[in-house]
Ligand binder design. Structure first.
Ligand code: 6PG
Length: 225
């Protein structure tokens, strides 16, 4: 089996459509166990639901086994659901050094540098130590999934932690659109600005992190002084 965690938002649907139209017969879909990186705290039928988007573009189109689909229950109270999903992942995934290991994690990034549902605060600041180890509280460095809040619309979310992301075998960023060009530039050049980008702290111990960009999101290197 291959344990893969998918992100939400708009970009993944582009990839899912390609999988459906070009790789339907190339991949043994029954071998994939589907998890989510994050979910909005809404019912699965809600237009905001990452699960709903994945069903529309992927799960309803290819022969996945129902028992291999592990939805985050966005309709449940966030704290309890984060705990439940953490226990589920711990139970179902192989572990290394006490951490569940995903084979593949698909991430996006926002123009504010967020990834998963880990955001800078409303002032654009991000304290990575809360996620990667500190003596401050709350400290999420030993958590698998945690409740978070989108600071722009105050939407409750449940998100995979940076620590769990960084224990994955392979992490793929899929970033599209010209609005993401500055964040892509800052991530690649590790600029000072990127210190406030949660996406900048995705550094899997396996070392296998790849960025996939469309022509809009990639910056023209010769223009970068
Ligand atoms: C979510 C995603 C989020 C997404 C970025 C990029 O639930 O919204 O997990 O982290 O990857 O916001 O979103 P787009 O792909 O829509 O630009």
């Amino acid at each position: 089996m291959i344990n893969i965690a998918l992100s939400g938002g708009n970009t993944p649907s582009l990839l899912f459509d390609i999988w459906v139209h070009r790789y339907e017969h190339e991949i043994d879909w029954e071998r994939l166990c589907i998890f989510w990186v994050d979910e909005r705290c809404v019912p699965p039928s809600d237009r905001e639901s990452n699960y709903r988007m994945t069903v529309l573009h992927l799960l309803s189109k290819l022969p996945f086994k129902e028992k291999n689909i592990h939805r985050i229950h966005g309709e449940m109270p966030p704290q309890g659901e984060a705990l439940r999903y953490s226990e589920l992942v711990k139970m179902l995934l192989p572990a290394e050094n006490g951490w569940p290991v995903f084979d593949v994690i698909l991430l996006g990034a926002g123009s504010d540098g967020h990834t998963a549902s880990i955001f800078p605060d409303a002032e654009g600041r991000f304290d990575a130590s809360l996620w990667l180890g500190s003596d401050k509280k709350p400290d999420y460095s030993d958590q698998l999934y945690v409740p978070t809040v989108n600071p722009y619309n105050h939407q409750n979310r449940i998100s995979m932690s940076l620590a769990l992301i960084n224990h994955a075998q392979h992490v793929f960023f899929l970033i599209t659109g010209s609005d993401k060009r500055p964040v892509v530039h800052d991530l690649i050049y590790k600029t000072k600005v990127s210190l406030n980008y949660p996406a900048a702290y995705v550094c899997p111990a396996s070392g296998k992190k790849e960025l996939y960009l469309d022509n809009e999101a990639i910056f023209d290197i010769c223009k970068c002084d």
